[in-house]
Write a protein that binds this ligand. Structure first.
Ligand code: GLP
Length: 244
């Protein structure tokens, strides 16, 4: 789906999320959201905050699972995804902190596999992800599933691609300070979501968007696996759709 402006696209996605939150709340049920970081989803979170503030949208029945986190990463560091989510969303809404899940970059390395397994169980215990929000990296990664990630991969530690570390360099004030690894939900974890919205804005994303939507399904571009998902949509602005 192509929108003229990124802001219109973001408002569309936010209103879909809000509608499901309200529907589930009327049914006295939880709404489980898979959330992403990066600059792309910021305007979706901004609109959700606005809906909370101006239109009384409550997040009391919302449970969230974030895709990924750098490793190692302390939660108060500038680049931490915990901090990112607090600043852009959680600090401004009425979500129960106990319902928020983000991969833990503060763990000892030996504890990561058990944490990842538990993360998968928590998603299942919550009833599975209803709506998953995704961005896309220039390598074609979703979450931090870099090229080489299989369709059945689960939450795990991965090694970041060179291009991804290069793209993150400005956030870390130099590529040498970008962590070499991250914890990410797997392609399989993401694909279990009922509905997926991948957002991509700007001409920089146009080549990888075209490959992801129209190219052959390949582990070299993990976003191509979304072609096999029954309800995955690419939400684009005109610039990102340019090469389709
Ligand atoms: C990081 C995140 C991804 C995100 C990507 C693109 O690698 N882990 O989830 O999709 O950045 O970021 P941006 O939206 O800033 O282009």
């Amino acid at each position: 789906q192509v929108f003229r402006l990124a802001r219109e696209a973001s408002c569309h996605v936010a209103s879909q999320i809000a509608a499901l939150i309200r529907k589930r709340s009327d049914e006295n049920k939880a709404c489980v959201l898979g959330l992403a970081t990066g600059s792309t989803p910021v305007s979706v979170y901004k609109e959700l905050v606005r809906l909370h503030r101006d239109e009384g949208l409550s997040f009391k029945n919302v449970v969230t699972f974030n895709l990924d986190e750098y490793f190692p990463m302390q939660s108060n560091e500038l680049q931490s995804y915990v901090r990112f989510m607090n600043e852009h969303l959680f600090d401004h809404i009425d979500i129960d902190p106990a319902n928020v899940h983000i991969p833990d970059g503060t763990l000892a390395e030996a504890d990561v596999p058990a944490f990842c397994q538990r993360y998968e169980e928590q998603i299942v215990e919550a009833g599975g992800i209803d709506i998953q929000i995704l961005g896309i990296g220039r390598t074609g990664h979703i979450g931090f599933n870099e090229p080489g990630s299989g369709p059945n991969s689960r939450t795990r530690m991965i090694t970041l691609d060179r291009l991804t570390r290069n793209d993150a360099a400005s956030d870390f004030f130099g590529e040498e300070y970008v962590p070499r690894r991250a914890i990410t939900m797997g392609v399989g974890t993401i694909s279990d979501a009922t509905q997926i919205y991948l957002l991509a804005f700007g001409e920089g994303k146009a080549p990888v968007v075209a490959q992801s939507v129209e190219g052959p399904i390949t582990p070299n571009i993990p976003a191509t696996y979304l072609q096999e998902h029954p309800d995955a949509r690419f939400i684009l602005d005109e610039a990102a759709a340019e090469q389709l």
